[in-house]
Write a protein that binds this ligand. Structure first.
Ligand code: 5AD
Ligand code: FES
Length: 346
């Protein structure tokens, strides 16, 4: 297995069979070897800097019904909320003072937020904070909507593809959602000029080793600027309530593989990783990740954006996550930086 890891390090790609062999058959020692190389690649490009993104969860209404997600429309137990433009601008103000230079507006697919409302919000944030990057994560839209957000000043867009296998996609989503459309969205976003993030869950129901290997080929082909991954975590009000969670070990291994496959990628150590293990996010950084996304949502709504059970960072102090992550990163020899944290080409 070490030879395969060396080959990936040297060539930044493997065949699907090779990726699958690595994913299925590595030892703990081989995983550590992978992480030593993925850290080296990360340090070469980004040093020991950790970029922070202020995550603003602006609506938990969603018209979709994904089988894994706690804010799916059929979940009658979700306590729904929408932030106003004023709420969002207050989050940005607080975030700016805390050193954030990227704001991520994340929400369900909520028809209330028309293109007009979105562009108005983006323009307002960009006018007040011209030195900040704006990331939108609001699901599948038409090309013209993505274009309008971009023209209003959005810099980046996150849209996890969830799985690179169309058949697997159909096992995670109702028939009204199509894998083909989702992938088209990602290519539209790239064409428009966004820094684009895709991503998937590790250990989602029905996922096979082959699927995980396919993920690697998919990201190699798409060449996204960001890849967001985290373990699947069952949510008690969803059809997948009794499914087992993804593991820490497998998520870390995938982070290492992604770093070697796309050396320059912006790779978050996610909240879901921090949810399945108390030191999950630290371990994610040590496996090659270089981004963390502290929660900047108003404390009054944090407990309502429950995509999965036991989500962390729902505490009642606004600045808590920012300071908490700073300490956590320091404890492992990394430093949180106040910078937009754009994709670096070299
Ligand atoms: N477990 C882990 N991640 C989840 N997401 C949604 N539901 C879950 C869950 N139960 C992830 C999806 C989505 C992102 C916003 O959160 O990948 O794209
Ligand atoms: Fe949110 Fe620690 S990062 S509480």
């Amino acid at each position: 297995m070490k030879q395969l890891i060396d080959k990936l390090y040297n060539q930044t790609t493997l065949t699907k069979e090779e990726y699958a062999a690595l994913i299925a058959h590595h030892s703990a020692e081989e995983a550590e070897y992978l992480f030593s190389l993925s850290r080296e690649v990360r340090h070469r490009c980004y040093g020991h800097d950790v970029y922070i993104r202020g995550l603003i969860e602006f609506t938990n209404y969603c018209k979709n019904d994904c089988y894994y997600c706690g804010i799916r429309r059929s979940n009658q137990n979700a306590d729904r909320y929408r932030l106003t433009k004023e709420d969002i601008l207050l989050c940005c103000q607080e975030g700016y003072e805390l050193g954030f230079r990227t704001f991520v507006l994340q929400g369900g697919e909520d028809p209330y937020f028309t293109d007009e409302k979105m562009t108005d919000m983006i323009t307002s944030i960009k006018t007040r904070y011209p030195d900040c990057a704006i990331t939108i994560s609001a699901g599948e839209k038409e090309h013209e909507s993505y274009q309008a957000f971009f023209d209003a000043g959005a810099d980046r867009y996150l849209l996890r593809h969830e799985t690179a296998n169309a058949k697997h996609y159909a096992q995670l989503h109702p028939a009204s959602l199509s894998w083909q459309h989702r992938i088209r969205c990602l290519y539209d976003l790239k064409t428009i000029g966004y820094q684009v993030g895709c991503g998937f869950m590790v250990g989602s129901p029905f996922q096979t080793t082959e699927d995980l290997a396919q993920e690697m080929l998919f990201i190699k082909e798409l060449q996204p600027h960001m890849v967001g991954i985290g373990p699947f975590i069952a949510q008690h009000d969803t059809p997948f309530r009794s499914r087992s969670n993804g593991t820490l070990e497998q998520t870390l291994f995938m982070l290492g593989l992604i770093r070697l496959t796309l050396p320059h990628v912006l790779l978050p150590s996610t909240t879901a990783l921090g949810t399945i293990h108390p030191l999950g996010r630290e371990k994610g950084i040590l496996a090659g990740a270089n981004v963390v996304m502290p929660n900047l949502s108003p404390v009054s709504v944090r407990k309502k954006y429950m995509l999965y059970d036991n989500k962390i960072c729902t505490g009642d102090e606004a600045a808590e996550c920012r300071l908490c992550l700073q300490k956590r990163m320091q404890s492992i020899g990394y430093r949180v930086v106040t910078a937009r944290g754009d994709y670096k080409v070299s």
